[in-house]
Design a protein around this ligand. Sequence first.
Ligand SMILES: [Fe+2]
Length: 345
Amino acid sequence: MPELGTLEDLPLDYRQALAAQNLVPLWPSLRAVLPHGQPGPRTRATMWSYESLRPLLMQAGELTPIEKAERRVLVLANPGHGLEKMQASSCMYLGMQLLLPGEWAPAHRHTPNAVRMIVEGTGAYTTVNGEKCPMQRGDLILTPTGLWHEHGHDGDEAVVWLDVLDLPLVYYMEASYAVEGEKQDVVPRRGDSEYLRGGIVPSPVFTRDTSTYPMLRYPWVDVRAALETLAAERPGIDAVQVAYVNPEDGSDCQNILGFSALMLRPGEALALPARSPAMVFHVIEGGTMVSSDDARFALAEADTCCVPGFARVTLKNRSATEPAFIFIADESPLHRKLGLYEVRP
Ligand SMILES: [Fe+2]
């Protein structure tokens, strides 16, 4: 590939004449915006230890009352993007949110899509479009774009969850905003109670649910059981993994980010193919080694890490006797919709 001319190759008065008319020469930046062979991501493989961040999150509970925070969150920021950008990857935002007993985070709705992966504690709930979703360790609760949501806490211990949003993308698109609302009236919950058994869906008088988000809560107890069944009944399967989908049509459960859960059998090592989307791993149970090109992280329970797109990732269960369970978020629905999705063997 021939070297291209640089800005410095151009006379100063020519560069000034261009700038005066809001013009920029392409060739000095061409290799940067179209690097050869694969992207040059800003996203850096980064790990956040829950044991290390937890005391700081609890301290936030003492320093900042919920009324002054609205959402009491420590953002897991990727240094590759600059901490002030508050993004884990180009399209994913991660935050650890703390809600203390008796607190209430008021209702709002916004254009970015969010999910919550519950990390610790019981007694809290999220009400999404009127459906009161209890929070238990490992549950996944959706708050898709435009749906009202608020968080409350009737229990007696701190509750923490991991928020995963497509905020960086929606903000970049200059499409990010929120609307505040009144406390919601609670309606009977559907979703996880109606769709518990795969292969059958409610169909009253031959009609099917046509809402975009028929299921808002995916209880960990059911997801874990599905993984264990898969591991027991299909011992030769490449990876014991399930995807969180819309139970009516099998599509991704949200439009931009994708979510799945993976079980590593005792001692299992799993080499993932290099794929275009960035990924986030959060350990629900057990311990996992995550190796990604030049990075290597020893994840314990509740730890989180992210890796850039096209990284070659190997996951290894750190235990020879117990399974490990991992929650995965990635940007694959977006890449597929845009025709950018790529898997390299
Ligand atoms: Fe929100």
